[in-house]
Ligand binder design. Structure first.
Ligand code: HEM
Length: 152
């Protein structure tokens, strides 16, 4: 097995970094949610906003280019294979979670959106986006396992 990363799988170094960053962000969002429960709303807002923006950068610099290179050219005809199906389901949910995070950031943290697009049921939407994010994260872990961890 060719191995260039540091986690002992076949993944390259940069991919292992992405994996750790994404796991850290998933844990960070849960910590941020706890901060809100304890009433630290300002800290909660800073924590969640930083994670949503960092994730946007990781998608743009690492995951979107990888999807464009390795998945999109093969989608026609191979979407039924786990290698492509997992990555596609992951990317679709990842786009939804990231757009949801950016929307909450704009709607709750700024007054840039027109009044009719602002949120009224903050808690509900934050919970929905957190759940979608964690599902995308789990599908990302499954993609990593399918792509880089050989079956014995
Ligand atoms: C909330 C949003 C997201 C989370 C939490 C997330 C998480 C992860 C994780 C943990 C991995 C495994 C590490 C890796 O293989 O690099 C991964 C891989 C991947 N993700 Fe995402 N991701 C998100 C959004 C996206 C989006 C929007 C796309 C596509 C446009 C995408 C495409 C991919 C691809 C293609 C891989 C395999 C990358 C490779 O190994 O070269 N992800 N993701």
């Amino acid at each position: 097995m060719q191995q260039t990363g540091f986690l002992g799988t076949a993944a390259p170094w940069g991919t292992d970094v992405t994996l750790l960053l994404e796991m850290g962000m998933g844990a960070g969002l849960l910590t941020g949610a706890l901060l809100a429960r304890k009433g630290f709303y300002r800290l909660h807002a800073v924590c969640q906003s930083a994670i949503v923006l960092l994730n946007l950068a990781v998608i743009a610099l690492a995951m979107f280019p990888s999807f464009h290179r390795q998945v999109s050219p093969q989608l026609r005809g191979k979407i039924g294979k786990p290698y492509y199906a997992l990555a596609s389901a992951h990317a679709a949910l990842g786009v939804i979670a990231e757009i949801g995070g950016l929307y909450i950031l704009l709607a709750a943290g700024t007054s840039l959106l027109p009044r009719r697009l602002r949120l009224t049921r903050y808690k509900l939407w934050m919970r929905i986006v957190l759940a979608a994010w964690w599902l995308a994260l789990l599908l990302g872990l499954a993609t990593y396992a399918r792509w880089y961890v050989p079956l014995r």
